[in-house]
Design a protein around this ligand. Structure first.
Ligand code: HEM
Length: 365
């Protein structure tokens, strides 16, 4: 099945990549949820929206996140994406102020100047060609753009050190991908194998780089922590829920480091993939390129866009949402029930992995 799928060439306009990427899921699915094994863990794959809604909307803490592969954990950190319960509330309280609308609006200026630099680079490249045209690999450019944006918005003046974190995270991601399907025997993660030693070295490097960014901020507490993501998080760490100043950090140093890793990873790959696929789709639909160009010129004129202008770009938003539907960067969400539970006609035993296949749900018709 895999050989056949690997050999299948997809037409650029055929966005149904599932039969190429996960043909086994489509074969097993046959209109109903199916059970499969991920190493020693049974997992059930859900396809009906009502069950998925029940899992994701459940507020009683009945569905928790599943155990994470050790290398993914080292790369992503035990930040908001992975923490649970009261820890999640504590982390969320610290992260929320950084995502208030006025703060995001401030960050737009940084994003625009990073995008301007990319446009200038492409224009200069094109100018070296007689025809004024040039072929560029946008995925690479968008990776650099989003790395630049998150480094500058998260770490402000320390963005160069921030970029070092990316490089290390990338190496950890490559290692995680190479070992993801290896059987995780109990205790194996403690053995000094070649991969484990590499993982430990990269983990240590990432921690040292982040500590070097965070420590001076904490030391200069009197003059504020900075108005970037890290500064806003540190500021919130010293505030109580009632808005009073506290003496101790609300998150430990390790938790702050983990949250930095999470924002770096969650905010980088996701957005660069979104931009790449959006440009791919626009290249297939020049009429939509024209519509978006007209909309941008109508709402922003020739000026650089501001946050207020961006919120008026309705067709741009539609294109980005459709790109997320067809080529969303997050493929699955995983949960597990803490006790036996019924979901519709299914009885799911405690601890069974519940897999939510986002791209399949996005293509039910
Ligand atoms: C196209 C862009 C993005 C997509 C498609 C996306 C998708 C997702 C999804 C599906 C989850 C839920 C994961 C789960 O519960 O299992 C999530 C959570 C999260 N994402 Fe994103 N994300 C995007 C951009 C970003 C950016 C730019 C940041 C930060 C700078 C970010 C930070 C987070 C965080 C912190 C969480 C955990 C939230 C919580 O549980 O409180 N994401 N994202």
């Amino acid at each position: 099945m895999k050989a056949e799928a690997d050999g299948a060439a997809l037409d650029a306009r055929d966005h149904d990549y599932l039969r190429r990427v996960v043909p086994h899921f489509l074969a097993w699915k046959d209109g109903a949820p199916f059970l499969y094994w991920f190493g020693p863990q049974p997992r059930i794959c859900l396809f009906d929206y009502e069950s998925v809604r029940q899992v994701l909307w459940n507020k009683s803490g009945h569905f928790t996140k599943t155990d994470t592969h050790p290398t993914i954990l080292a790369m992503l950190g035990k930040g908001l994406v992975l923490v649970e319960g009261t820890d999640w509330v504590r982390h969320r309280r610290v992260a929320n102020p950084a995502f208030a609308m006025d703060k995001l609006k401030m960050m737009t200026t940084t994003m625009v100047s990073c995008a301007e630099r990319l446009i200038r680079e492409c224009e200069e490249l094109a100018a070296t060609n007689k025809s004024g045209e040039v072929e560029v690999e946008f995925s690479r450019h968008f990776q650099e753009l989003t790395a630049e944006v998150i480094s500058r918005t998260a770490f402000g003046s320390s963005y160069k050190e921030g970029k070092e974190v990316f490089r290390t995270q990338k190496q950890l991601l490559a290692l995680a991908m190479a070992t993801l399907l290896n059987l995780q025997l109990p205790g194996f993660k403690y053995l000094p194998t070649k991969n484990n030693r590499l993982k430990w070295m990269l983990e240590k490097k990432m921690r040292t780089t982040l500590m070097a960014i965070i420590q001076p901020r904490l030391a200069s507490k009197g003059s504020g922590f900075g108005d970037d993501l890290l500064g806003l998080m540190l500021e919130a760490c010293f505030m109580t829920e009632q808005g009073e100043k506290r003496d101790e950090l609300a998150l430990t140093m390790d938790e702050i480091i983990d949250e930095c890793k999470t924002f770096f990873f969650a905010g980088h790959e996701t957005t660069s993939h979104l931009l790449t696929w959006a440009v791919f789709l626009l290249s297939l639909h020049p009429e939509w390129q024209e519509r978006l160009r007209e909309e941008v010129l109508r709402e922003c004129g020739k000026a650089n866009p501001t946050a207020d202008m961006l919120s008026k770009l309705k067709e741009m938003t539609m294109v980005l949402l459709e790109t997320l539907r067809l080529y969303g960067p997050v493929l699955t969400m995983l949960r597990k029930p803490i006790s036996d539970i019924r979901l519709g006609s299914l009885s799911i035993p405690k601890g069974t992995g519940i897999m939510i296949p986002i791209p399949i749900l996005h293509r039910d018709k």
